[in-house]
Design a protein. Structure first.
Length: 196
């Protein structure tokens, strides 16, 4: 074979790691970032586009059995190929920092709950988490897409931080000069002092 034919026959794979999930393990180079993530030394990898983040993500998920043997359950938070779960966050983002924090906490809790339910874990802590999320209407079906989880979490956080109405209950002490308390939903509390 001529040198030019050899060079033309070489394939470097797809430019996008997500497109080669099935073949990635045959040529993946285990970088320092990969080692840190795999060994639990790093939780966040900051790299430019093309820096290997999606490849690391795909390789983590392909080794789910290895992690399970080490007592670690993996759960995906995003679909790296196809429509992003976070599209709604881009189009209608939370308006305050507490809303963003609440969104991520609720989102990750629902993913954890989904994973606990999937593995049928019956520890008291797992039962409490599942019960609380169910009470709040946030317990997802085991196969709920991530986009649905983000939507539910955003709705919950909006209701929590932006109540559509505030209801107050008033009780007045019959004794002149006594005091009573107004209590209402939406964290409203007023104190009334009745003067004679």
């Amino acid at each position: 074979m001529e040198p030019q034919q050899v060079v033309q026959s070489i394939t470097m794979g797809s430019r996008i790691a997500e497109d080669e999930r099935d073949d990635l393990s045959s040529y993946f180079v285990e970088t320092e970032n990969w080692r840190k993530v795999y060994q639990g030394e790093a939780d966040v990898i900051f790299a430019p586009k093309g820096g290997g983040k999606s490849a690391i993500y795909s390789m983590l998920m392909s080794r789910e059995g290895d992690f399970f043997d080490r007592g670690i359950l993996l759960a995906t938070a995003e679909n790296p190929s196809g429509g992003t779960a976070f599209a709604e966050v881009e189009t209608a983002p939370p308006t305050t920092e507490p809303e963003f924090i609440g969104l991520w906490k609720i989102y990750f809790l629902t993913i954890i709950a989904q994973t606990l339910a999937q593995y049928d874990l019956r520890h008291d802590s797992a039962k409490k988490l599942l019960a609380k999320l169910e009470e709040a209407g946030l317990l997802p079906p085991s196969a709920a897409p991530r986009r649905q989880l983000i939507h539910s979490a955003m709705d919950y956080v909006r209701r929590l931080f932006r109540p559509s109405s505030v209801e107050a209950v008033v009780s007045v002490d019959a004794n002149i000069g006594g005091s009573s308390t107004f209590r209402g939903a939406g964290r409203v509390m007023l104190r009334l002092v009745v003067l004679g």
